[in-house]
Design a protein around this ligand. Structure first.
Ligand SMILES: CCCCCCCCCCCCC/C=C/C(=O)SCCNC(=O)CCNC(=O)[C@H](O)C(C)(C)COP(=O)(O)OP(=O)(O)OC[C@H]1O[C@@H](n2cnc3c(N)ncnc32)[C@H](O)[C@@H]1OP(=O)(O)O
Ligand SMILES: Cc1cc2nc3c(=O)[nH]c(=O)nc-3n(C[C@H](O)[C@H](O)[C@H](O)COP(=O)(O)OP(=O)(O)OC[C@H]3O[C@@H](n4cnc5c(N)ncnc54)[C@H](O)[C@@H]3O)c2cc1C
Length: 616
C-alpha cells in the first residue's frame, strides 16, 4: 500500500497543466502559428471545418483507441469495422456528402484506422473513373451505403509489378453474353487485396481479357464473391486472409481463387473499352487507361498516408526532444534539452523542412492530377497522361522512400522510448514502409519516371548504337535511370517550394519562417547528394563547404520555432497515439500510466510486486 501511494504521488504531478520545458518553447514564436495551420489546410475556413470534424470524431467513444497497443489482430480488425460503420452513421446523421469536405477530413483523420480503406479509397474511385454512367449509378450508391463492400484485386501470388504477366483470365462467351473467370495455377491466386480477407462482398478483378480468341490485356471486372444474405463465399470462390503483416493488422488483406465464375457482360468497366454482344473488342483512348486507377491512388496516397506519417513523427520527436534532458552541454549547469544538441537538430530539422516541401508539392500535384482527370473524362484528351503517370510514379517512390527513412530517423532520435510502441513511432514506421511497395514497387516506379531523362538517355543511346538489344541496354542503364528519376523529382519539389514561397509576400511573417525551411530543404538535399554535384562539376569543394556552413546556421534559426512549427500541423493527441509526443509534454507520466494497461501488468500478485520493489 505504501509503495503504491508513493508511486502514484510521483506520477500524479502531470495534473498540473503543461510541462514547463515545453511551455517555455511556446511563449514567443516568431510567426503566427494559426496562419501556418491555415496555410497547410488551404485556408482558415478549412481549418475550422477540419477542427469541427475532429471534435465530432474525438468526442465519440466508438473512435477512441486508448487501448490500441494492447489488442489482438482480430480485436483490431473488429474495432476498425465498428469505426467504419459508426462513421457511415455519423455522415448520414450530419449530412456529410461522400465527396464533401467533411467526409474528406473524416477519412483523413481516421486513415487506415477505419476499415474499408480500399473499398473507399480504391474500389469506389476506380468505378467512377473506368465505369460508364450506368455502372456508376448502379454500384457507387450501394458501395457508399456499405450495402456492398469492394476490394481492388489485381496483384497475384506470382505477379504484382508486371501487369502484362497477370494470369487470371476473363473469357467472353457470346452464347450467353457472359464472361468466365479462371485462375489457371497457384501463382494466379489474387494475393494482398485489402478488405478482401473477411469484409468484401465484391471484387474489382483486374485480369487479362480474352474475346474472339485474342488477348486484349488487363481490364477491370466487378465480381460478386460473397452472399449478401449470409456473407458466405459463392460457388467457384475461395477467399481468406493472408495472415500477419509488418503493420496494417487491422486490415484484412486477403487471397481470392476464382474457378469458372460467370459474370454478365455489363460487369466489365467499359468507359474506355468494351466487348460488343458479338464479342468484338472496342477500345477508346490510351492503351494504359486501365492503369489510371493506380495513378490516381499514388497521387492521393501522398497527402492521405505518406506525408502525414513523417509529419506526425516530427511532432512526436521534436516535442519529446524539449522535455527530454540528457547529459550536460556546459558543466555545472542543469542537464541539457536534447534538442539543444546540434546533432539532434541535424537529425530532426531537415525532416521538418521535408514535410513542408512535400506538403506543398503534393498540393500542387493533386491540382495537376485533377486537371488531367477533367481533360480525359470530359474531352477525351489523353495528351497529359504520360507526364501524369511519370511524375506520380516518381513522386510516390521518392516521397515514400524519404518519409519512411525520415520516420526511422525520428524514432532513433528518441532513444529507448522511441523503441516503445507507446511512443507511436515504430508503428508509424512499419505502416509508411508499406508505401515503398504497394501501389507500385519504388524501383519500378523510378524507372517509369526515368523514361524522360537526358543523361541516362545518352548512355542508353550509345549502348543501342553499339548494337546491344533494347532490353539489355535498358536494364544495364537502370541504376543511372533511377538516379535521374530521383533528381528530376527533387528538382520539381525544390522548384515548387520556391514558387510557393514567392506567393506569400502578403504574409511576411510566415514567409520568413518558411523560407528558412525552404533553404534548409534545398541545402540538405545538396549535402545528401554531394557526390553528384561534385562529379558533374556543378560545385567545387569550397562551395560545398559554404553549403555545409549555411545549413548549420539554418538549424540554429529553426531551433527557436521548432515546437511552434510542429504545433502548426495541429494534430490532436488522439491522432498521434503517442505517450511521448502529447501537447502537454508529460511524456514520463504517460509512459508509466499507459504501461499499466499492458496485460503483463494485470493482477500481479502484490507479494511479487513487494518482493521486486524491495530488491531494487
Ligand atoms: C488513397 C487511398 C486511401 C487511403 C486509405 C487509408 C490508407 C491505406 C493505405 C494502404 C493502401 C494500399 C493500397 C494498395 C493497392 C495496390 O497496391 S493495388 C496494385 C498496385 N500495383 C501496381 O502499381 C503495379 C505496378 N506495375 C505497373 O504499373 C506496370 O506493370 C508498369 C510497371 C507501369 C509496366 O507496365 P507495362 O504495361 O509493362 O508498360 P511499359 O512497357 O513499362 O510501358 C509502356 C508504355 O506505357 C506507359 N505507361 C505505363 N504505365 C502507365 C500508366 N499508369 N499511365 C500511363 N502510361 C503508362 C509507359 O510510360 C510506356 O510509355 P512509353 O514510354 O511512351 O512507351
Ligand atoms: C500493405 C500492402 C497493401 C497492398 N494492397 C493491395 C491491394 O489492395 N490490391 C492489390 O492488387 N495489391 C495490393 N498490394 C500488392 C502490391 O501492389 C504489390 O506487392 C506491389 O505492386 C509490388 O509487386 P510485387 O509484390 O510483385 O513485387 P516485385 O515486383 O516482385 O518486387 C520484388 C523486387 O523485384 C524488383 N523488380 C521487379 N520488377 C523490376 C524491373 N522491371 N526492374 C528492376 N527491378 C524490378 C523490385 O524492384 C523489387 O526489388 C499490397 C501490398 C502491400 C505491401
Amino acid at each position: 500500500q505504501l509503495v503504491t501511494v508513493s508511486t502514484w504521488s510521483l506520477v500524479s504531478t502531470w495534473s498540473l497543466g503543461v510541462n514547463p520545458d515545453i511551455h517555455s518553447e511556446r511563449t514567443s514564436p516568431s510567426f503566427p502559428v494559426e496562419r501556418v495551420t491555415n496555410l497547410l489546410d488551404g485556408g482558415a475556413e478549412l481549418t475550422a471545418t477540419r477542427r469541427h470534424v475532429e471534435s465530432i470524431i474525438n468526442s465519440d467513444s466508438t473512435f477512441s483507441q486508448d487501448d490500441r497497443y494492447f489488442l489482438t489482430r482480430v480485436e483490431q480488425y473488429e474495432g476498425s469495422v465498428r469505426r467504419a460503420v459508426r462513421l457511415r452513421e455519423k455522415m448520414k446523421e450530419l449530412g456529410w456528402a461522400d465527396n464533401g469536405t467533411e467526409a474528406m477530413f473524416a477519412f483523413r483523420v481516421l486513415g487506415a484506422d477505419v476499415a474499408f480503406g480500399i473499398h473507399n479509397g480504391v474500389f469506389i474511385p476506380t468505378i467512377k473513373e473506368l465505369g460508364i454512367e450506368a455502372q456508376i449509378a448502379k454500384w457507387v450508391p450501394l458501395a457508399q451505403d456499405l450495402q456492398i463492400i469492394g476490394t481492388y484485386a489485381q496483384t497475384e501470388l506470382g505477379h504484382g509489378t508486371y501487369l502484362r504477366g497477370l494470369e487470371t483470365t476473363v473469357t467472353f462467351d457470346p452464347s450467353n453474353q457472359e464472361f468466365v473467370i479462371n485462375m489457371p495455377r497457384l501463382s494466379s491466386i489474387k494475393w494482398w487485396p485489402g478488405d478482401l480477407g473477411r469484409s468484401a462482398t465484391h471484387a474489382l478483378v483486374l485480369a487479362q481479357l480474352y474475346t474472339q480468341g485474342k488477348c486484349q490485356g488487363m481490364h477491370a471486372f466487378i465480381v460478386q464473391i460473397r452472399s449478401l444474405v449470409d456473407h458466405s463465399s459463392l460457388p467457384g470462390v475461395t477467399v481468406g486472409d493472408i495472415g500477419p503483416k509488418m503493420n496494417f493488422d487491422q486490415v484484412d488483406n486477403g487471397f481470392l481463387i476464382l474457378q469458372n465464375v460467370h459474370i454478365p457482360r455489363e460487369n466489365m468497366l467499359c468507359r474506355y473499352s468494351e466487348v460488343s454482344p458479338d464479342g468484338t473488342y472496342v477500345k477508346r483512348g490510351s492503351d494504359r487507361i486501365n492503369y489510371f486507377s493506380m495513378v490516381l491512388t499514388r497521387t492521393r496516397l501522398l497527402s492521405a498516408e505518406i506525408i502525414p506519417a513523417l509529419a506526425k513523427a516530427c511532432v512526436i520527436a521534436i516535442r519529446y526532444s524539449v522535455v527530454r534532458r540528457q547529459s550536460k552541454l556546459k558543466p555545472g549547469e542543469m542537464e541539457t534539452k536534447i534538442l539543444d544538441y546540434q546533432m539532434q537538430q541535424q537529425k530532426l530539422f531537415p525532416q521538418l523542412a521535408t514535410v513542408f516541401a512535400f506538403h506543398f508539392m503534393a498540393s500542387s500535384f493533386e491540382a495537376f492530377c485533377n486537371q488531367v482527370k477533367v481533360q480525359i473524362k470530359s474531352k477525351g484528351d489523353f495528351s497529359s497522361l504520360p507526364e501524369l503517370h511519370a511524375l506520380s510514379a516518381g513522386l510516390k517512390a521518392l516521397l515514400s522512400d524519404v518519409c519512411s527513412a525520415g520516420v526511422e530517423t525520428c524514432r532513433r532520435a528518441c532513444g529507448g522510448h522511441g523503441y516503445s510502441l507507446l511512443s507511436g513511432l515504430p508503428s508509424l514506421y512499419t505502416r509508411v514502409a508499406g508505401s515503398c511497395t504497394y501501389e507500385g514497387e519504388n524501383t519500378v516506379m523510378q524507372l517509369q519516371t526515368a523514361r524522360l531523362i537526358k543523361n541516362a538517355g545518352f548512355q542508353l543511346q550509345s549502348l543501342l548504337q553499339s548494337g546491344v538489344e533494347q532490353y539489355v541496354a535498358w536494364d544495364s542503364t537502370s541504376i543511372l535511370l533511377a538516379q535521374a528519376a530521383i533528381a528530376h523529382c527533387q528538382y520539381t519539389i525544390v522548384n515548387n517550394f520556391v514558387e510557393t514561397m514567392s506567393r506569400l509576400q502578403h504574409e511576411p511573417e510566415i514567409q520568413q519562417v518558411l523560407q528558412v525551411l525552404c533553404d534548409l530543404y534545398a541545402l540538405s538535399g545538396i549535402l545528401a547528394n554531394a557526390e553528384e554535384f561534385l562529379h558533374d562539376g556543378y560545385m567545387t569543394g569550397h562551395q560545398l563547404d559554404l553549403v555545409t556552413a549555411s545549413q548549420r546556421d539554418l538549424l540554429t534559426c529553426v531551433r527557436k520555432d521548432a515546437v511552434s512549427l510542429v504545433d502548426a500541423f495541429d494534430y490532436s493527441d488522439q491522432q498521434l497515439h503517442s505517450a511521448i509526443g502529447s501537447y502537454d509534454g508529460h511524456a514520463y507520466q504517460r509512459l508509466f500510466e499507459w504501461a499499466q494497461k499492458a496485460p503483463m501488468n494485470a493482477k500481479v500478485p502484490f507479494a511479487l510486486f513487494l518482493a521486486l520493489s524491495s530488491c531494487c
